[in-house]
Design a protein. Structure first.
Length: 86
């Protein structure tokens, strides 16, 4: 794929996610993806150790610092689509 085409694809992907990203509960957030483990980490505050966590039935881990949600870990991230939480 030519460099210009690849850049256009990246921009298109960013535009498609922008409407979702601006709805996050914080203005800053961090995203890390571990390709080998297929795990997506979203931190809603500077990455920190959680004091509590809750594993949902659908393979999503909610991470809390005290009672505040500070992160979301999504297992099998590449196999998910945006239409469901499964």
């Amino acid at each position: 794929m030519a460099k210009g085409t690849l850049e256009k694809e990246y921009i298109k992907e960013i535009f498609e996610t922008t409407k979702h990203l601006i709805k996050f509960p914080s203005n800053r957030f961090w995203v890390d993806y571990d390709k080998g483990a297929d795990v997506l980490y979203v931190s809603l505050q500077r990455p920190q150790k959680a004091t509590n966590s809750k594993m949902m039935d659908n393979g999503i881990l909610l991470r809390y610092h005290n009672k505040k949600l500070v992160g979301i870990t999504i297992l099998n991230a590449s196999k998910r689509n945006g239409d469901s939480l499964q």
